[in-house]
Unconditional design. Sequence first.
Length: 457
Amino acid sequence: MKTTAVYLIGIGGIGMSALARYYKHSGLFVAGYDKTKSALTQELENEGMLIHYADDISSVPENCKNSETTLIIYTPAVPKEHSELNYFVSNKFNVVKRSKILGLIANEKHTFAVAGTHGKTTTSTLLAHILTVAADGCNAFLGGISKNYNSNLLLSSSQNLVAEADEFDRSFLQLFPNAAVVTATDADHLDIYGNVEEMRKAFGEFAAQIKPNGTLIVKKGVEIELPKNDINIYTYSVNEICDFYASDIKLCSDACYSFDINLPDKKICNCKLGVPGWINVENAVAATALAWTTGFDEQKLKDALADFAGVKRRFDVQINTPKLTYIDDYAHHPEELKATITSIKNMYVERKITVIFQPHLYTRTRDFAADFAKSLSLADELILLDIYPAREVPIEGITSKIIFDKVTCNEKTLCTKQELMSILNHKKFDVLTTLGAGDIDLFVEPITKMLNEKLNL
């Protein structure tokens, strides 16, 4: 019998929700569970999917209780003791991890995979936009909401597919792309890999899965064992001379950058990116490099770069006036924090930078406390929240204070989420940024509202 229903455990996750939309578009009945209601789950419900928020098999729609016609997809973030997951496994449903499903879909297409411990979402979203505007179109499963398309899923009749290659839980080893980029291999997910050497070994295994005659593009200086199979290998950089790099980079009055892009066979002059941030120039070089492997219209490429509106929660400018600027970003790794804060300092020279940061995961806090403190010390002022646990249980002695005590900026505050808005209401800001991968995004709207009210006083 063929599949008529898809049930997703963890449907509100960014990768899971893209799959939910994909199967809904394919005409299947789609439902799911998630731990918490969110703006994204509300959108899915508005699109006709049935979602509940209690781990209770009696809440699963009857359409999804036939083991012969229902596909069960789950995210590795779901705990092993989850009763719905165990019910489906014990009753011999077809139960598959999200990464394997994405791999099966991608294997039918000409796949561009974006891997790296940071930079994946913006690079893949920009690549999808470039292919849509300047090439043959694409399908895309994105790790964030594209502001150009207001979705994390792009569908077209094209054979091109853009996918984020996520190293968490070794998910990217389910992908066998035609072309791939590796943006970074800084230590992360040590709860999965044990040490950085094992993590980088997995990146090498991923690169070795690129199809014959395919292409690997690696950021210059990134540590990875290069595959020895029959593929083309290139390097890219934001501004160091290599196969793909930017030159004549200029900061414009709107805080965005103009630049030339140097390719192996030509130079594309006078490009301008539609979103601010030095780090996004680097992402633009990586995305253009991948698009180069399939070909594009040069003028339309420039149009796509200029028209790129970015990704929600990726260097996402909420307010930008001479008196006050507010930027929200997903940064949750020390190197990401360093890149984001440095980009902001380069854009707003001689203005006071205040950072609100929510650490993500006890293990990541434990493993990188000193590195977090070093990056956060680049700010003029820090407001540090409690750790967002996500899938983890507390670890004795691991709190935000182990970061806080090492931070060297003169102004610093340690507070809970419940105290945050009251603290902010009594402060004046010049340039404010919220950083983190937990539920700090729930504060973006109230902070924006509060700051706008202060501006209008």
